[in-house]
Design a protein around this ligand. Structure first.
Ligand SMILES: NC(=O)C1=CN([C@@H]2O[C@H](COP(=O)(O)OP(=O)(O)OC[C@H]3O[C@@H](n4cnc5c(N)ncnc54)[C@H](O)[C@@H]3O)[C@@H](O)[C@H]2O)[C@@H](O)CC1
Ligand SMILES: [K+]
Length: 523
């Protein structure tokens, strides 16, 4: 599913109207109608139902006027509380304001004070205060109105996006409405799918409002990874496949106390469909990993009494890496200076597609310019916000304030593919392309989940997926496996090996056709 910024959506509206001759009032009619339909579907129709529409003076309010008219025709009582003088309403919104029966609209330029009882008596409150036109922090009467709506205890349906959310980032501009359902138009906005906006919007429905297909197709946006997008990437496995044709991955991982990271990365690569997995570990750890893993082949590297990799392991590792289809570097490596040195040498010497995580990233952060010396070889990094901050030399809050910007900036500057992990992981390509992952849940906020993702992505790279496809499918599959686990056992107490073991089921669900896939509800 494509998602766009609020600004892109506004220019799409202009293009549809100016270039394709679609009247703005027709777009508004379909937008209002889609909201009314969603409300009817959720609450039914007929007498005894009351929708209180809280409207601003822009086109978001205009949609609210249409909703009032349509619900009234369906037997609802649908009063409009307009936070402006009627003469402040212009354009398509004014056309729809005039179409309302007298007595339906109460003009309240001073705010909602005194309307609390009416609002509390509603079946549903419709939030039509602010949409993509929001241009500053919300305060004054709009801010107070948002507080009243949030305090009323009645289900709220947001028109396009909860009022107060920045459509380009999902940020709360001062304060924002909390809705149980959001009906967004033509395409979802970034603010509908990124936190905290996505959480405040509740369930999201994206409605077709008759935007010309060319306008939709040509709009610059990014991909939101949902089941459909994952299915479009995933390739069927050949019935005559053999272990050699499903990719041989090498995992370079482990140090004292971190054998689990190595085991999970290797095992997850197998669970994500790798044909063969070799696991190179510091020699002293080999007995532990021999018993921890069954299908993966362990390769002891370096002196028998060493619990971490030494710089001198380069030659051994390069010969082990020969002929491998993908290499995963980093899980549980530790940060011993000689290991960091080894990672730097491997960066410039390894030819196979390379996924770097965890301590591998900490080593890269010391000298990120080494990435540029990989000269056209494929590199994929999977930092969490802390690692991203170290890679960029900025603070974690700076990363969190602009996750897409940071991911894109690093990926284009260092010509790598990058997954910035976290709720709604961001995938960035060296050309600046962006995807946002839609799967996953808070149960994943535990140690080892990153090692599982590294294994999954390495397996996909090894099977020949393009790195941007491997990263997008990998993050979705990883989160989707966790979602399947959560369906069964909830999110508390979920551990990384649970997700690892659910990977085959997630793959199976994504490759078996789903009946009745019509509809655009995404969560
Ligand atoms: N033809 C179109 O452009 C269509 C637009 N649609 C609706 O129109 C919305 C966008 O409409 P607009 O561009 O009129 O913008 P909005 O209705 O989102 O709000 C803009 C109005 O709010 C004011 N405003 C901005 N930030 C504010 C703040 N922080 N506090 C108080 N007031 C603030 C602006 O001065 C402006 O008057 C979409 O979200 C969607 O709901 C739909 O009807 C589909 C068609
Ligand atoms: K709204």
């Amino acid at each position: 599913m494509k998602v766009v910024t609020g600004q892109v959506m506004q220019s799409m509206d202009k293009r549809a109207i100016g270039e394709f001759g679609v009247p703005g009032v027709a777009l508004m009619e379909r937008a209002g109608c889609a909201c009314a339909d969603a409300i009817s579907k959720r609450f039914g129709d007929g007498a005894g139902r009351k929708a209180v529409i809280v409207a601003g003076k822009g086109n978001n309010g205009g949609d609210g006027f249409v909703i009032s008219r349509i619900l009234s025709q369906r037997g609802w009582e649908a009063p409009v509380l307009l936070l402006a003088a009627p003469q402040a309403v212009t354009g398509d919104a004014a056309v729809n304001l005039e179409r309302l029966d007298s007595g339906v609209v109460t003009s309240l330029p001073q705010g909602l004070a005194g309307q609390e009882e009416l609002i509390k008596s509603a079946t549903v409150v419709v939030d039509a205060l602010l949409g993509t036109g929001i241009n500053s922090e919300v305060g004054g009467v709009y801010g107070e109105a948002i507080d009243v709506v949030n305090a009323c205890g009645v289900p709220v349906v947001a028109v396009d996006i909860p009022s107060g959310i920045d459509a380009g980032s999902g940020r709360v501009l001062g304060r924002a409405v909390r809705a149980e359902l959001t009906v967004s138009f033509a395409l979802a906005k970034l603010g509908n799918v990124l936190y905290p906006g996505t959480e405040l919007g509740g369930r999201l429905v994206v409605a077709d409002i008759g935007m010309p297909q060319a306008v939709v197709d040509e709009a610059p946006g990014c991909e939101f990874m949902d089941r459909e997008s994952a299915r479009a990437i995933i390739r069927p496995r050949s019935v005559i496949a053999h272990k050699g044709s499903n990719g041989h991955c090498l995992v370079i991982a482990g140090s004292a106390g971190k054998t689990g990271a190595a085991a999970m990365a290797a095992q997850s690569a197998l669970r994500a469909g790798a044909g063969l997995v070799s696991l190179a570990v510091p020699a002293a750890l080999n007995p532990v990993l021999e018993s921890k893993t069954t299908e993966a082949m362990t390769i002891p590297i370096g002196p028998e009494d060493k619990w971490h990799f030494l710089a001198g392991a380069l030659g051994e590792l390069l010969s082990v890496a020969k002929g491998k289809d993908a290499v995963a570097l980093g899980p549980g490596l530790g940060t011993a200076p000689s290991t960091v040195y080894l990672v730097h040498s491997l960066l410039t010497a390894l030819d196979a597609p390379l996924v770097i995580d965890a301590d591998g990233l900490n080593a890269v952060a010391v000298a990120p310019e080494l990435l540029l010396r990989r000269r056209g070889r494929l590199t994929l990094l999977t930092p969490h916000p802390g690692e991203m901050a170290r890679l960029m030399g900025v603070s974690v809050p700076e990363v969190e304030a602009d996750r897409i910007g940071c991911a894109r900036d690093f990926a284009t500057r260092f010509q790598v593919y990058l997954v910035l992990k976290g709720a709604r992981s961001i995938v960035a390509g060296p050309d600046g392309a962006i995807a946002i992952n839609g799967s996953g849940n808070p149960g994943m906020a535990t140690g080892g989940m990153g090692d599982v993702l590294t294994g999954v992505i390495a397996a996909l790279l090894g099977q020949g997926y393009h790195p941007f496809a491997a990263a997008r499918l990998g993050v979705f599959l990883h989160g989707y496996a966790a979602d399947l686990m959560a369906e069964e056992t909830g999110t508390r107490g979920m551990v990384a090996t649970d997700v690892q073991e659910a990977l085959p089921r997630a793959l199976q669900r994504l490759t078996v056709a789903e009946g009745g896939a019509a509809g655009t509800s995404i969560n």
